[in-house]
Design a protein around this ligand. Sequence first.
Ligand code: GZL
Length: 311
Amino acid sequence: KKEDSASNTSGSSGDKAITLGFSQVGAESGWRTANTDSVKEAAKEAGYTLKFSDAQQKQENQISAIRSFIAQNVDVIAFSPVVVTGWDAVLKEAKAKKIPVVLTDRSVETSDESLYVTLVGSDFTDEGRRAAKILEKVLEKAGHKGAVKIAQLEGTTGAAPAIERAKGFKEVMDADHKDDWKIVVSQTGDFTRAGGKQVMAAFLESNPDINVLFAHNDDMAIGAIQSIEAAGKKPGKDILIVSIDGVKDGFVAMSEGKINAIVECNPLLGPQLMEVVKKVHDGESVERWIKTKEGDFMQDQAEAELPNRKY
Ligand code: GZL
C-alpha cells in the first residue's frame, strides 16, 4: 500500500516508520490500564507512530476512532472490541481502503473472515474452564461438604471475555458437577470495582446463603469483597472467591486470604502486537489467533508471586 519512502527513517525494511491506529476499550480495570501501558511502551520501543484512543467502554467511540484512523490513512489499525457484534460496517470501510486490521485481547463475531487479519489474545473459554477446575481445589482445601451455591459476577454484557468465561465455567460444571454445584445468581458488574461492589450487595440481599463467588475479573472481586465485609461475612472463608486476571491488587487480596484462587489473563500483549503489526505491514502471513501464555495461582502461592507481578 505504501511506497517505500526514499528516506529510510527506521527499520531494516526501508519503510518509513509504521503508523498504528489503536482503539482501546477504556480504563475500566487494572488489567486494562496495564494493557494500555504495554501497547504504548511497545509501540515506542518499535519506533512506530501510535495514534491511541480510549473509548470509555462505548462501542460508538471505538467506531468513530477507527473511522478517523481510516481518514488519516494509517498503515495498520488494531483494537480491542468492547463487544463482539456490530463491527462489519466499519471494518468493511477499512478493507475498502486496504488498511489491515488486527484484533487484540477480545474477538468479534463476523461472517466475513477477511475483515481482520488476526487476534492477539487469550483463550477466555479456557480461562472459564480453568476457573471451575481451580474452584474444585479451593472447595477441597476449604473442606466444603455438600451443595455449592455460586454467585457469578459477569464481565461487560456482550463482551467476548464475559460470554466465553461463563461458557467455559458452565462446560466443567455440566460435565463434572451436575448434582452439587449450582449458579444461583448471575449478573454483570461491567468489569469494574464499583459494579462488583454494587451487584454483590444485591446478591447478598437476595441470596444470603451463597458459598462461592466466581468473578470474571479481579476488579469486580475486589469491589465485591467490600460488600461481603459490609454484610459481616468473611471473604475467602464464608464466601470462597475465584477470579480472573491476576492484577497486583488481586494478589494482595489473595495474600490477605480474601481471594482463594486467581486464573491469570495476561494483559502484556504489546510486544506480540508490534511484531504482528510489522509482519502484517510487510505483507507476511500470520496465524489467525496468537494466544497469550498464562498460569493459575492458589492462595498459598500469592506471597511468593506478588513481587513478580508486573501489572
Ligand atoms: C480480558 C479483558 C478483560 C479483563 C478485564 O482479556 O478483555 O477486560 O479480564 C478487562 O479486567 O476489563
